[in-house]
Design a protein around this ligand. Structure first.
Ligand SMILES: [Zn+2]
Ligand SMILES: [Zn+2]
Length: 203
């Protein structure tokens, strides 16, 4: 790992497993949210993050804000957008950090090499070149001015509610416990989602 990276970024890299442009964007988005809200990380549920993609950048949210799936203060919306909304319950404030177009745009030459690498057709030279483009992009993201990288807006809507703990019922088909709000009925018996038979009319 490169020593020139700040300690918090190194922590995110350790958590994620590698450095990549996606993690760099997530890192910058988290740093932006921290600066605007005057926050650090969540011990409990005082911070809540709503993310709109499941890409590499989300691991910066989990590693640095301690907004994690397991703690229930990471909400995932499958929009395929690099948008990070962070709420501080204590401060009663929220910030929406949305990536602007640009950081991931490729020149036609870069696009051609990217396609080759993705299809496994790249020569050694092209693979090296691809690595250099990636490094360049990472550097650009890490050095970029926050308003160049992101559209930053205050959020006035309240944060999502806190995670709740529910009673469990036992699925009568597989015998495994399932939390009540996720239980289904099959043949008049309580069951879990995987054991339930879905019925839909294609809507
Ligand atoms: Zn990655
Ligand atoms: Zn079951």
């Amino acid at each position: 790992m490169r020593d020139e990276y700040p300690a918090d970024l190194q922590e995110a890299i350790r958590f994620h497993g590698h450095m990549c442009p996606g993690l760099a964007i997530g890192y910058r988005a988290v740093r932006t949210a921290q600066a605007h809200l005057g926050i650090d990380r969540a011990e409990d549920e005082e911070l809540v993050a709503v993310v709109e993609s499941d890409g590499c950048g989300i691991d910066a949210v989990q590693a640095l804000l301690s907004c994690t799936l397991g703690k229930g203060n990471l909400i995932y919306q499958d929009h395929g957008k690099q948008v990070y909304t962070v709420f501080s319950r204590k401060r009663g404030a929220g910030i929406r950090v949305a990536m602007k177009p640009g950081p991931f745009e490729r020149t036609p030459e870069q696009e051609a090499i990217f396609q080759k690498v993705m299809s496994g057709q790249a020569s050694e030279e092209e693979t090296t070149l691809f690595g250099a483009f990636r490094d360049q992009r990472i550097k650009k993201i890490l050095a970029g001015e926050e308003n160049t990288l992101f559209k930053i807006e205050k959020v006035t809507s309240p944060p999502p509610g806190k995670a709740r703990i529910f009673k469990s019922v036992t699925c009568e088909f597989c015998g495994e416990p399932v939390m009540e709000p996720r239980a289904r009925i099959r043949d008049g018996k309580m069951c879990c989602i995987p054991c339930s038979q879905t019925y839909n009319r294609g809507w």
